[in-house]
Design a protein around this ligand. Structure first.
Ligand SMILES: Cc1cc2nc3c(=O)[nH]c(=O)nc-3n(C[C@H](O)[C@H](O)[C@H](O)COP(=O)(O)OP(=O)(O)OC[C@H]3O[C@@H](n4cnc5c(N)ncnc54)[C@H](O)[C@@H]3O)c2cc1C
Length: 393
């Protein structure tokens, strides 16, 4: 079999890989060859397909806020920017805030975060329990001391359609999508020279980008890189309730249990405390989680949820950066032609536009132009410049 040769090979073609491919193609204007290798074009187990696809400005890190603000404006514009042959995609944005509730012990953090968010241009209001009840009479505010509500640039969207729109646009700009599985990298000194594929094919590559989601650490290991990204399972439950609260925000209980409307239904879930969060490769739903943990909290917080019926559930994987729960972006300090877009820790679909744009700028021009994403570089671990995101959902 003859080798194929590409200037840039992106491993993984879901929302992050496709965002990078699209922005690269746009940036390069056809100047260099780009190939995206995706092992499963049905994306059945990709985090992107299994995501709740919500977007928020309520982060504690200014850079994450800026990333999501760009993400929101990009989603609003995709009909125009990702149009192909007159077909205008729609991100299906449902604009609605996150209502992040805290008990007394979390009050100071909400107040501190709101200042950071306002300084970063985000609109977030703090609500006392009486304000919450006036706006959302169906919410029980027992044990709630304060809540933060996003007033703009928050909501949820159709991540699968956005991924397909990015993929289609990238293809229309000359990017090759190849259905195959990467199974190794060839190195010459500290440079990656080729990607080996399960089909037996070999892709010689000038630059390789790792966008393999929860499996990113395995991919990086082929280049001798230890990436602190672990697959962590999250179960999501869909339920019906006779009472409808269609304009409900995405409610986050002080326990961390979240619920939001999804069309005529509701979706809910929870992230376990760090010490109980184990690496996981399977996609089995943790059914006991609903009965034992979620339902009692939901019914206490929204009494109408006492009478609900679970209609379906699924499990997906977060690509958890176990060191500081933030993205790991850019080239590796030693393997300089190996780029990473990994470790999104549960907030990657909203970050895909800014990450795609940033990585394309970095690869093509050698530095970030629009938004400086360098604080999320791999070097931060060795340099002790961790960026701890305090609002993890
Ligand atoms: C339950 C759940 C809820 C979430 N909710 C949100 C949310 O509300 N908001 C938000 O912003 N984010 C959310 N996320 C996180 C978000 O879904 C991810 O951060 C995002 O989808 C990451 O995209 P990705 O392209 O990096 O990874 P993925 O979508 O997992 O894509 C990786 C791709 O790489 C391919 N691949 C892997 N290995 C190889 C290989 N060796 N060769 C070829 N191809 C390979 C896979 O087939 C896959 O298609 C959620 C995730 C889950 C699981």
């Amino acid at each position: 079999m003859t080798d194929k040769n590409y200037d840039i090979v992106v491993l993984g073609g879901a929302i992050i890989g496709s965002a990078i491919a699209y922005f690269l193609a746009r940036e390069l204007g056809g100047g260099r060859s780009i190939c995206v290798v995706e092992r499963d074009p049905t994306y059945a187990q990709a985090s992107t397909s299994l995501s709740l696809a919500s977007i928020r400005v309520q982060f504690s890190t200014p850079l994450n806020i800026a990333i999501s603000r760009f993400g929101y404006s990009f989603l609003e514009s995709i009909g125009e920017v990702l149009e192909v042959d007159g077909d205008r995609p729609d991100a299906g944005i449902k604009a609605n805030g996150y209502l992040l509730m805290a008990g007394e012990s979390g009050r100071a953090l909400l107040q501190k975060n709101q200042i950071i968010q306002q300084q970063a241009g985000a609109q977030v209001a703090l609500l006392e329990p009486a304000d919450i009840q006036a706006r959302y009479p169906y919410i029980n505010t027992d044990e709630v001391a304060l809540a933060a509500l996003g007033l703009a640039e928050e909501g949820w969207f159709d991540a699968y359609s956005v991924m397909q729109a990015l993929r289609r646009k990238a293809s229309s700009l000359g990017v090759t999508y190849m259905k195959d599985e990467a199974c190794g990298l060839e190195m010459s000194g500290a440079r990656v020279t080729a990607v080996n594929l399960a089909s037996g094919e070999r892709l010689a590559a000038g630059i390789v980008v790792n966008a393999t989601g929860p499996r990113a650490a395995k991919t990086a290991a082929w280049a001798g890189i230890e990436l602190p990204v672990h697959p962590r399972k999250r179960s999501v439950f869909v339920f019906d309730c006779k009472e409808r609260f269609p304009d409900s925000p995405l409610i986050i209980d002080p326990s961390g249990v979240y619920v939001r409307p999804e069309g005529e239904h509701y979706v809910c879930g929870w992230s376990p405390p760090e010490e109980d969060d184990r690496d996981c490769e399977d996609f089995e739903v943790e059914w006991n989680l609903f009965e034992e943990k979620l339902w009692p909290i939901l019914a206490q917080r929204v009494p109408a949820f006492e009478a609900i019926k679970v209609t379906r559930a699924w499990a997906g994987h977060y690509a958890m950066n176990v060191i500081d729960h933030n993205a790991i972006l850019g080239s590796h300090p030693e393997v300089s032609n190996f780029y990473m877009a990994n470790g999104f820790s549960g907030h990657g679909v909203q970050q895909s536009p800014a990450v795609g744009r940033g990585l394309a700028e970095l690869i093509v021009g050698g530095s970030y132009r629009s938004l400086d994403l360098s604080p999320f570089g791999f070097e931060r671990f060795a340099q002790g410049r961790l960026i701890r995101e305090e609002n993890i959902i």
